[in-house]
Design a protein around this ligand. Structure first.
Ligand code: NI
Ligand code: MN
Length: 235
């Protein structure tokens, strides 16, 4: 059983078993300082194994460097240029796992695949990420910041996400209309909305997203998490 805890905005703490059946704690886009929804303090984030970053905007890179400093065994996983930037800030290139969009990287007994995202980034290309546990038969797709694109269908076909974490706020990313269409393309078992409500400019609401997915008659279940809430998922 994997656990997905929402930390507000696009930040998640995922606890998932690796190929040896050992729990790994993975933070994705840990934006805590300046995140009005954050249910934790940066100093609460201990026992972290991996920090995964989708792109270099401040609301995603967030507190990654501080968290890596306070978790000296943790590694950063991101696209090559962003991983190298974080490593240079840490002064430790050994802790950067820089990859690119393609097949998954094998990291600590997990598979981590970077996927395309229609967005921008100050360090390399922006990405989404799929975190795969063959042990749990669970696959979690975090779309990062993105507009909709047709090859989301391939992400669905290849990785068969158990859960898709999708931005719905609009302005910088998909809003509920595009995100509901993305669900149709990806066909995850569960969809969890993110990147809404943090700032006034992000107008999309999770209720509208849920309604639009249900109107399409899709089998996907929309799960709305409040910051601090956790969702347990089995494959
Ligand atoms: Ni962004
Ligand atoms: Mn963002």
């Amino acid at each position: 059983m994997a656990r997905i805890r929402y930390l507000g905005h696009s930040a998640f703490e995922i606890t998932i078993k690796n190929s040896d059946g050992v729990d790994k704690k993975v933070l994705v886009d840990p934006f805590i300082t300046g995140n009005p929804q954050a249910p934790v303090k940066v100093s609460d984030l201990t026992g972290v194994d991996l920090v995964v970053l989708t792109h270099g905007h401040g609301d995603h890179l967030g507190d990654a460097i501080t968290i890596l400093k306070q978790n000296p065994k943790a590694k950063v996983v991101a696209i090559f240029e962003l991983a190298n930037y974080v490593a240079s800030q840490l002064g430790d290139s050994e802790r950067a796992i820089g990859g690119n969009m393609g097949g998954p990287m094998l990291v600590d007994g997990l598979k981590i695949a970077l996927t395309p995202a229609m967005h921008s980034s100050p360090y390399g290309s922006p990405t989404g990420v799929v975190i795969i546990s063959d042990y749990e038969k669970v696959s979690i797709y975090h779309a990062g910041d993105t507009g909709i694109f047709a090859t989301m269908q391939l992400i669905g076909e290849i990785y068969k996400p158990t859960v898709a974490l999708l931005p719905i706020g609009g302005h910088f990313t998909m809003d509920p209309v595009e995100a509901a269409k993305a669900v149709e393309l990806i066909k995850p078992k569960y969809a969890i909305p993110m990147h809404y409500g943090t700032f006034p400019v992000l107008y999309g609401t999770p209720e509208e997203f849920k309604r639009l997915v249900e109107e399409k008659g899709l089998p996907t279940k929309v799960v709305i998490l409040k910051p601090g809430e956790e969702f347990e998922v089995t494959g």
